[in-house]
Write a protein that binds this ligand. Structure first.
Ligand code: SAM
Length: 185
């Protein structure tokens, strides 16, 4: 996936393709060995909806990094999903996307309730959530949700943002919302 991404004829995401071939996309794709660090711990990896999974796992620390905006990852990275799945799919629409799971974290109407459900069901003592200051949920929304379940703290850090033609600001604030959960299930 990393090798394919290096020569992809896109503007960094795969929501649409470019009409002309950019010079990078003319380079030969080189398949390189993935580097893994083999640790001594035992790890489990899951690939499923966070709000279902949360009901079956527990631990000390939960780190959450959900989407901030209404751009769906399934739409914007669908080619990488196809490489991972290695299946046949029926391309849809003008840009040839595959069908994808829509995340409730990328929908203004559902995101607050979805986060509330996740935090409520989290059997973890400490919860950390990264979110930036112009996401679908405001900082106050997140604070109100998290502080229902324990002791809440916020840490902010200024961060240089990716500048595109539509984005004028050159920096943003990355928020780390921290919860010590008092009411474990
Ligand atoms: C901001 S990215 C996280 C990036 C990750 N921390 C990293 O460094 O690669 C958000 C991720 O959440 C995934 N996602 C969105 N909704 C989800 C859900 N309901 N359950 C599980 N994952 C979800 C998206 O597909 C995307 O991969």
């Amino acid at each position: 996936m990393i090798s394919a991404d290096k020569v992809a004829n896109t503007a960094s995401v795969y929501g649409a393709f470019l009409k002309t071939i950019k010079p990078l996309a003319l380079k030969e794709m080189q398949l390189c060995e993935a580097e893994f660090e083999i640790g001594s711990g035992e790890n489990e990896v899951f690939n499923e909806d966070s709000n279902s999974l949360i009901k079956r796992i527990k631990g000390d620390i939960l780190y959450l990094d959900p989407p901030y905006n209404n751009r769906q990852y399934g739409a914007n990275y669908h080619i990488l999903n196809t490489i991972a799945l290695y299946d046949d799919f029926v391309p849809k629409g003008k840009t040839g996307r595959r069908t994808y799971n829509s995340s409730m974290y990328s929908k203004k109407k559902y995101v607050n309730d979805t986060l509330d459900d996740l935090i409520k069901n989290a059997n973890f003592r400490y919860i950390f959530l990264s979110y930036n200051d112009d996401g679908l949920m405001s900082g106050d929304d997140v604070r109100d949700i998290m502080s229902k379940y324990g002791e809440y703290k916020l840490v902010k850090k200024e961060y240089r943002r990716f500048i595109s033609q539509n984005m004028h600001r050159s920096s943003t604030f990355e928020h780390l919302h921290i919860l010590e959960k008092k009411y474990l299930i």
